[in-house]
Design a protein around this ligand. Sequence first.
Ligand code: GUN
Length: 281
Amino acid sequence: MVAQIIDGKKISAEIKQEVAEEVKNLKKSGIQPGLATILVGDDPASHIYVKNKVKDCNEVGIYSEKIVLPKETTEGELISIIEELNVRNDIDGILVQLPLPSHIDEFEVIRAINPEKDVDGFHPINQGLMLIGKEALYPCTPAGIIEMLKRYNIEISGKNAVVIGRSNIVGKPAAVLLLKENATVTICHSRTKDLSEFTKNADILVVAVGRPKMITGDIIKEGAVVIDVGINRVDDKIVGDVDFDSASEVASYITPVPGGVGLVTRAMLLKNTLIAAKRRA
Ligand code: GUN
C-alpha cells in the first residue's frame, strides 16, 4: 500500500478561507476579532512561532497585538498584563507562548487567562469542559487532528485509536477528542511495555513524543491512518516522530512533516479566536 498524504497546507488554506469569510461578515456588524500574543524571553523557535501567528492573523483580517517581554519578567508582572487583556473589549484571544522561563509557573499563568479568551484551550476550565464533552475552546493541535480526519472523510467511530504521548497540550486532549468521536482509545507513553503490540493494532495512530523518526513502518498496521505531530530539527531539517518513508509504505493515509499537523494547528488558532469573538458578540 502507498499512503495517501493528508495535505496540511490544503486543509489550512480551507480553514483560513472559511475564517476570513466569517471575519468579513463580523466586521460588517462592527466587530473585529483580536488576538494578543505574549512572548517572554528570547527563545528563537518561540519568536518564529509567534511571528507566524501574527502573519496568519493578518491574512484572515484578525487584529493582532504582539507583546514581547524580557526574560527577567516576573510571574506577577506577566499575570498583571494578562489581567489587563482579560477585560479589553478589542481582545478576544490571549495566547502566552510556551515554554516560559523557568522562574515562571506556567500553570498559574494559564489559570490567569479568562477562559473565554483562552484560545489555546489550555485553561483547566476548558480542559474540564472538553473532558465532559461540552462546548469549549479546544486545544489547537488535537482539534486540528480531528479536523484533518473529518475533512478526509476518515471514519473515527469504532476505530482503534492509539495516541503515543501524554502531554497536556497534545496527547491527553487528542485522546479525549478521539473518544468523543467514538474511537476506542489507548494512550501509550515512555513507560509503556512493548509499544509495538499497541501500534500494530492501531487503525488511527497519533504520534506526539518529540523523538525523530521513532515510529517505523514495521510496527504500523497495514492500512492505518498515521498522524505525525512531531517537529524535530535534525541536521537543519525538520522531521517528524514517524519515519515517513517506511510508514507510507504500509499506511493508508499519513500526514507529512513539514506540511501536516503544524499548519492545521496554526489555522485552528484563528478558528478559536473567531469562536471567542462570536461568543462575545
Ligand atoms: N508552544 C508550543 N506549542 C504551543 C502552543 O500550541 N501554544 C502555546 N501557547 N505555546 C506553545
